[in-house]
Ligand binder design. Structure first.
Ligand code: IPE
Ligand code: IPE
Ligand code: MG
Length: 234
């Protein structure tokens, strides 16, 4: 494979969103515990963020933990939270060096106060940066996001709201809708990801499991996106 394989392709989506799925199956194939898959998944998340920043993606949104994932075994959930806490803390110097901005989308009240403080501090530390905006969806569900937006508007006594009013109360307020949504691991569903924002997103599904979704796979997805004809109903 030539080195040019990882050169930036001509059409880079402004906003890429990724459903990072398949960590468990990646581990199973290797007769490893699921947590080993999550560790490999986290490492691949870091490489993917760095590559997206390098090629000039403006917004990267990743689905790391859904509202429904709270129903998994307590041990797995605890391990995922531990990985997130340690991982983000360890990755912080690289995020600073890469000029990244950070947002966390989801219901943070579900986490212990130490985790909440770590997440808030990380967002704050990077708030003066000007580069790619990385949004991590944790304890995130599309329906839950829309519901909390509607409840906020109701609490304000609002009536006859517009699309803009609703969008401005989503966790993703101010972030343009995703151009390209990638899902790894062969599942052909959204699993409650960015339900409102994905109205006109292009989807890319691949059988590759998330820990194996390396740079060349990312570039394949972007090349596929570049061939799409987006008509937005016109
Ligand atoms: C994605 O991998 C990570 C999370 C949902 C937290 P999975 O853990 O869903 O892996 P599979 O789908 O079981 O292979
Ligand atoms: C979606 O994957 C959520 C994340 C990748 C964080 P799941 O593994 O939870 O989705 P389902 O259960 O296969 O629909
Ligand atoms: Mg899964």
């Amino acid at each position: 494979m030539s080195k040019n394989k990882t050169a930036a392709p001509a059409v880079i989506p402004a906003h890429i969103a990724i459903i990072m799925d398949g960590n468990g199956r990646w581990a199973k194939k290797r007769l490893l515990p699921r947590t080993a898959g999550h560790k490999a998944g986290f490492d691949n998340f870091v490489s993917t963020v760095n590559e997206c920043a390098r090629i000039g993606v403006s917004y990267l949104t990743v689905y790391a933990f859904s509202t429904e994932n709270w129903q998994r075994e307590r041990d797995e959930v605890d391990e995922l939270i531990r990985l997130m806490n340690n991982g983000i803390t360890k990755y912080m110097p690289e995020m600073i060096e890469n000029n990244l901005r950070l947002r966390i989308l989801g219901d943070l009240s579900m986490f212990d106060t130490d985790s909440q403080d770590m997440l808030k501090n990380s967002v704050q530390t990077l708030s003066g940066n000007t580069g790619m905006l990385l949004s991590i969806c944790i304890s995130y569900g599309g329906r839950q996001e829309i519901l909390q937006a509607v409840n906020r508007l109701l609490a304000e006594g609002r009536q006859n709201i517009t699309e803009q009013d609703l969008a401005s109360c989503l966790y993703s307020a101010g972030i343009p809708d995703p151009d390209l949504i990638i899902r790894t691991s062969g599942e052909l569903r959204t699993s409650n990801f960015l339900l409102w924002q994905s109205a006109y997103s292009e989807y890319y599904f691949t059988d590759v499991l998330w820990p194996d979704f390396k740079k060349d796979e990312l570039h394949k997805a972007i090349e596929s996106f570049a061939t799409r004809s987006r008509r937005f109903g016109k």
